[in-house]
Design a protein around this ligand. Structure first.
Ligand code: CP
Length: 326
């Protein structure tokens, strides 16, 4: 509903810097669904897409936003995470979106505050709203959002390609996609795609990225998480990260050669931030099969829906927010 309402506003504003004009009504007083409510963003790890789209989503619902700038906050003076979250709660935050480098966000944060905590990326463990927006983008790409059937990805094969082991996006997609009926396969550097990590119980590991690309209706490229490589990982990758990176695109990334193996109708996703000419050839970023920008766009609608639920908006309030005239 939020996506449809946005498209209507965009069409109505066609020719007048459409996207900016179309977005404006959501930022004004016309929206009341979450007026007077407060959403806080507490990102203890850097983010562009998740933080900004949660902020936009909250504003489009009419909520006030507290965006904690960790580098200018008392966190740098050593204030504990618990005190930070309780301070946001005391300032009125009913929902706190938290990103942390640690894996134990949910049980920990749930005990720390009475506010509803929404994961904005939790260590290597989970990035649920990214998985939701990826699934939404797939439902859209394969025509499953037209209301004619259930929201399912049945019959589709999705390949997760790259650094599966360190990817919280992959961890969440491995939980979500099979529940929507998709078959999931994974491929990438052997060190970074290991069944014995327990991270790929739902998925078949295929021996090469080429094979994964050939069998997939959708290829989800994953960010190579250089910052999470341990000395043991580096040793297993050949001992020299720079050499590994220099050969990554040819061996494991989506270059023109592998893109020619994509099935007709196949699409390519990447959660971002993209590392051009490592995970995907720079020229392919403009290929219409590559839905990276669409994922970002859809992220706002999906996060509006997540926040609407987290704020406990009624169905009428949710619908009213979508239908607010522009
Ligand atoms: N996909 C994603 O989480 O990107 P950011 O780190 O920029 O939020």
């Amino acid at each position: 509903a939020y996506q449809r309402a946005f498209a209507e506003k965009r069409n109505a504003a066609a020719g007048r810097r459409a996207w900016a004009v179309a977005a404006a009504p959501w930022t004004g007083a016309a929206v009341s669904a979450a007026a007077g409510r407060t959403v806080a963003l507490a990102f203890f790890e850097p983010s562009t897409r998740t933080r900004l789209s949660f902020e936009l989503a909250a504003r489009r619902l009419g909520a006030d936003v507290l965006d904690l700038d960790v580098r200018r906050s008392s966190v740098v003076k050593g204030e504990e995470e618990r005190e930070t979250l309780l301070t946001l709660e005391a300032l009125g935050a009913e929902v706190i979106v938290v990103r942390t480098a640690r894996d134990d966000l949910r049980p920990d944060a749930g005990r720390l505050t009475r506010a509803t905590v929404v994961a904005g990326g939790s260590g290597m463990h989970a990035h649920p709203t990214q998985a939701l927006l990826d699934a939404y983008t797939l439902l859209e790409a394969f025509g499953r959002l037209d209301g004619s059937g259930p929201l399912r990805l049945s019959g589709l094969t999705v390949a997760l390609v790259g650094d599966v082991r360190h990817s919280r996006v992959a961890a969440s997609l491995l939980r979500l996609l099979p529940r929507l009926g998709a078959r999931v396969v994974v491929a990438g550097p052997p060190t970074l795609v290991r069944r014995d990590d327990g991270l790929v119980p739902e998925a078949a590991v295929v021996p090469s990225v080429e094979a994964a690309v050939e069998m997939a209706d959708a290829v989800v490229l994953l960010r190579l998480q250089k910052e999470r490589l341990s000395p043991q990982d580096v040793a297993a990758l050949g001992g020299d990260v720079d050499v590994f990176l220099a050969t990554y695109l040819d061996r494991y990334g989506l270059d023109a050669r592998k893109a020619r193996r994509l099935r007709p109708g196949a699409v390519v996703l990447h959660p971002g931030p993209v590392w051009p000419d490592v995970e995907i050839a720079r020229a392919l970023l403009d290929d219409p099969r590559v839905l990276v920008r669409r994922q970002v766009e859809n992220g706002v609608f999906v996060r509006m829906a997540v926040l609407a639920d987290a704020l406990g908006l009624s169905e009428d309030e949710k619908t009213g927010a979508a239908a607010t005239p522009g």
